[in-house]
Design a protein around this ligand. Sequence first.
Ligand SMILES: C[S@@+](CC[C@H](N)C(=O)[O-])C[C@H]1O[C@@H](n2cnc3c(N)ncnc32)[C@H](O)[C@@H]1O
Length: 393
Amino acid sequence: MTEPGWAAAHDSEAFACIAVVPPGLEEPAAQELSSLGASAVQPLRRAVRCRTDAATFYRLHLRARLPFRLLRELARFPCRGRDDLYWGVREAADWSHWLPSEASFRVDASGSLPGLNHSHYSALQVKNALVDWQREVWGRRSSVNLEDPDLALHLHLSPGRPGQLPQASLSVDGSGESLHRRGYRARLGLAPLKENLAAGLIALTGWDGSVPLLDPLCGSGTLLIEAACQALGRAPGLGRGFALQRWPDFDADLWRQEAEAAAALAQDRPLAPILGNEADPAVLEQARANAEAAGVAPWINWRGGDCRALEPPAGPGLVVCNPPYGERIGAGDSLKQLYADLGQMLKQRCGGWTLWLLSGNPELTGALRMKASRKVPVSNGGIDCRWLQYEIR
Ligand SMILES: C[S@@+](CC[C@H](N)C(=O)[O-])C[C@H]1O[C@@H](n2cnc3c(N)ncnc32)[C@H](O)[C@@H]1O
C-alpha cells in the first residue's frame, strides 16, 4: 500500500523503473517499492518493474533497502538482431540531452537473443550506435569510462512474451555503486551477508522492534544492524552518493526535499533488546564498529563467545542466524556438531521463540533436529540457500 500524501505521478511525467533485486526477494522488494510510492509494480526474475516519477525514483534511492540498483528505462523496442539493436539505440532517446560529447559513458548488457548471445558484443553494438550518432551530428564523440562514467547505460535483451518479437530494453543506471553498499561497513569480514539481502531476510520475518532479537552467530552483525536501521527508520541512502546526481535533468531541489523527508523518518525510539553473539573476537569488533558507523550502536548489545554458552534475554522473541555452511568457512563433522548443539541450545533456552536460519546445506540443517514451517529460496552470493522458519518448542 502506498503511504498517504504522495500524489500519483502524472503519467506524462512517469517512466518505467527496473529494480535489480536478490533472487528470491522479488515479492518483498515489490511490496517495498509499492509502499514507497511506485505504481504498476510487477515482480520479475531477479528484478521488479514499476512506474515512478522523478520524486519517487529519488525516494527509492534514498529509502529502498532491498534493491541492488535502480534503472530508469529510456526505451523498449523490438529487436530481431544486431541491426535492430543498432538503429533502435540511436532512436531510443534524445541523446543530445542524455549524452553530450563531453560526457563519458559505459554500457553493460544482460540477457541474450539469437545473433546477440554475447553480452560483451551486445554492449559494444550499443556503444557503436551512440558514438556513430555523435560523430554524425557533432563530429566528435564521448569517451568510454568503465570506472567512473558520467552516464552508465544498461541493455537488457529478452525473448518477449509469447507472440511478441524479442525485446531490447535500454536504461540508465541511477545508482552507480551497488545500493547494498550503505557506507557503514568496512569491506572485510568472514562471509558477510550483503546489506540488501540481510534487509530482505529481516523483512520476511516481520520483526518490528517489539520483541527481542538475537543472532547467536552474528559475524559482522549485518542482520542485526539492518533490523535496527529498519525499525528506527534510518534511510539507507543518506550517507552516500548516486549516479543520478550527475544526470542532465538532476533536480537538486527535489532531491533535497526527498532527502529531508527521508532524514525526518529517523526516530530514536526504544526497541526490545537486540543481542549479537560471535565467537571470533576480531569479527565481533567489526560488528561493533559497523553498528557505530550505522548509528545504531546504542540499540545493540554484543557478546563474545561460543553460541552454546549463550543466555538469551527474556522472551519470547526472534532468533535470526546465518551459521557457517561449509561453502566458504568451516567444514565437515564439526559443523554438523555445531548445528546439533545450536538446535539443542535453542530448544532448551528459547522455547516459544521463532527461529529464522539461512541455510546453504540441507544436511547441516537436518542436524538441528527441527522441522521448518516455511522455506524461502534465496541466493546468497550465487549460493542456492533457504531462509528457513522454525517455531522453537
Ligand atoms: C556466515 S558467518 C555470519 C555472517 C554474518 N551474517 C554477517 O553478515 O557478517 C558465521 C559466523 O559464525 C561464527 N561462528 C562459528 N562458530 C561459532 C560458534 N560456535 N559460536 C559463535 N559464533 C560462531 C563465525 O566466526 C562467523 O563469523
